[in-house]
Design a protein around this ligand. Structure first.
Ligand code: PLP
Length: 368
C-alpha cells in the first residue's frame, strides 16, 4: 500500500534516530557495574526513599498538577521565585516542551557537535531543523555557535557541562553567547550536571535567567539526587516562557512519588555534599589512572569521563567495550555522538572504579 494512504507523521519525525539508552546488562556475568547512564553510585537520599514509600498508600489520588510544594522547595534551595519554575518528567520532558513551544516548521535550533542527543530529537520532533556548531577540544565553541545562527534560529541549546564530553564553558563565555543572540532567540542552558562542577568560573545560569527575557535553565533530579527512575526535572525561566510551557505540558506531568521524593532530596544537602565529594575524589582518580594506562581522557567536570581509544586493531573502543562487558563493566558507546572510538564511563563506587582500571589494564595488555 502506498505510504500516502496511511497516517503520516509530521515532517522531521522519521528523520529522528531514536535515542538508545545505555546498556544495563552483561550476559553471563554475575556482578554487573552499570557505568553507562551517569547515574549516581550512591543512590538517592534515604529521606527521598522514605518520602517515596509514604506516597504508596495514596496511589489513587492524582498528584498536584502544579507541583507547588516541590517548586517551593526548589525555590527555597536556590533562592528562586517558585512561580518561575516548571517541573517536568525528567529534564527531557522540559527540553521537548521548550522545542514544541518555540519551534515550528522551517525554524532552526543550534546545538554542538557532541551535544546531548535529545536536542536534535526534540528539534526534529517539533518540525524544525537541527543545526550543528563545531566544537573545539570537545568543548562548545561560542564563536561557532554564533556563526551557526541564521534568521531562522529560534533556540540555542547549550549543555553546560556537556554530556558525553564532560567539558564546560565558563560563565563569561555563556554570557558572551547570550549577548550575541537576538532577543527573540531562546537560550536553553541545560545544567544537568551542575551540582558536580567544582570550578570558580562556572555558573549554571541562574543569574542570566534572572536578568534576561530569553534564557531558560534546565536541571534534573536524575544525577546527583539519584532519582532517575522517577523522572523528575525542573526549569527556571522568565515568566512568559513559564507561561507558554505550562500551557502545553501534561496537566499531571510529574507523578506524586516523584514530587515527594524530590522535596526530600532537594532538602538533604548533606547527601548532596556526600555525593559530590565522592565524585570529586573518584573523577580525579579515574582521570589520572586511565591516563597512566596511556589512554586519553577528556578533562571532565561532571560525573563521567570520556575515554579515547587508539585506532589500532585490538585496541579500539568497540573491542574495549566487548572486553569490559565480559568483566561486568558496562560503559557507554558514543558513536551516535560522533565519537566512534571513545567510551563514556560514569564515576562508580570505589569497587567499580578500581575494577575499571584493572580491566582496562588487562585489555590493553592483552592487545599488545
Ligand atoms: C545533558 C543532559 N541533559 C538532560 C539529561 C536528561 O536528564 P533527565 O531527563 O533524566 O532529567 C541528561 C541525561 O543524561 C543529560 O546528560
Amino acid at each position: 500500500m502506498s505510504p500516502l494512504l496511511r497516517p503520516q507523521p509530521r515532517s522531521g519525525v522519521l528523520d529522528i534516530k531514536a535515542y538508545v539508552p545505555g546498556k544495563s546488562s552483561a550476559p553471563g556475568v554475575a556482578k554487573v557495574f552499570k557505568l553507562s547512564s551517569n547515574e549516581t553510585p550512591l543512590g538517592p537520599s534515604p529521606k527521598a526513599v522514605e518520602a517515596y514509600r509514604a506516597v504508596a498508600t495514596h496511589l489513587e489520588d492524582y498528584p498536584d498538577g502544579a507541583a507547588t510544594e516541590l517548586r517551593e522547595a526548589i525555590g527555597r534551595a536556590f533562592g528562586l521565585d517558585p512561580d518561575r519554575i516548571v517541573c517536568g518528567a525528567g529534564s527531557d520532558d522540559l527540553l521537548n516542551l521548550l522545542a514544541r513551544a518555540y519551534l515550528q516548521d522551517g525554524d532552526e535550533a543550534v546545538h554542538t557537535t557532541h551535544g546531548f542527543l535529545v536536542y536534535p530529537i526534540a528539534t526534529l520532533g517539533a518540525g524544525a531543523k537541527p543545526v550543528v556548531a563545531a566544537e573545539k577540544h570537545y568543548t562548545a565553541d561560542v564563536d561557532a555557535m554564533i556563526a551557526a545562527m541564521t534568521p531562522k534560529t529560534k533556540i540555542v541549546f547549550l549543555a553546560n557541562p556537556n554530556n558525553p564530553t564532560g567539558t564546560y564553558n565558563p560563565f563569561d563565555e555563556v554570557k558572551r553567547l547570550h549577548r550575541a543572540l537576538p532577543p527573540h532567540v531562546l537560550l536553553v542552558l541545560d545544567a544537568a550536571y551542575a551540582e558536580y562542577v567544582r570550578r570558580n568560573d562556572y555558573e549554571a545560569g541562574i543569574e542570566l535567567v534572572a536578568t534576561s527575557e530569553n534564557v531558560v535553565m534546565c536541571r534534573t533530579f536524575s544525577k546527583i539526587h539519584g532519582l532517575a527512575a522517577l523522572r523528575l526535572g525542573w526549569m527556571y525561566g522568565p515568566a512568559h516562557v513559564v507561561d507558554a510551557v505550562n500551557r502545553i505540558r501534561g496537566p499531571f506531568n510529574v507523578n506524586a512519588p516523584a514530587i515527594a521524593a524530590g522535596i526530600a532530596a532537594i532538602q538533604d544537602t548533606a547527601h548532596q555534599d556526600y555525593s559530590r565529594e565522592h565524585n570529586t575524589r573518584w573523577l580525579a582518580w579515574l582521570t589520572e589512572e586511565i591516563g597512566k594506562l596511556g589512554l586519553k581522557v577528556t578533562p571532565s567536570v561532571a560525573n563521567f569521563v570520556l575515554i579515547h581509544f587508539p585506532e589500532e586493531p585490538g585496541r579500539t573502543a568497540k573491542e574495549a567495550d566487548a572486553f569490559l562487558t565480559s568483566r561486568g563493566i558496562i560503559m557507554r558507546q558514543v558513536a551516535a555522538y560522533h565519537l566512534p572510538n571513545a567510551l563514556r564511563c560514569s564515576v562508580g563506587t570505589e569497587e567499580a572504579n578500581r575494577l575499571v582500571i584493572e580491566a582496562l589494564g588487562e585489555f590493553l595488555a592483552g592487545a599488545r
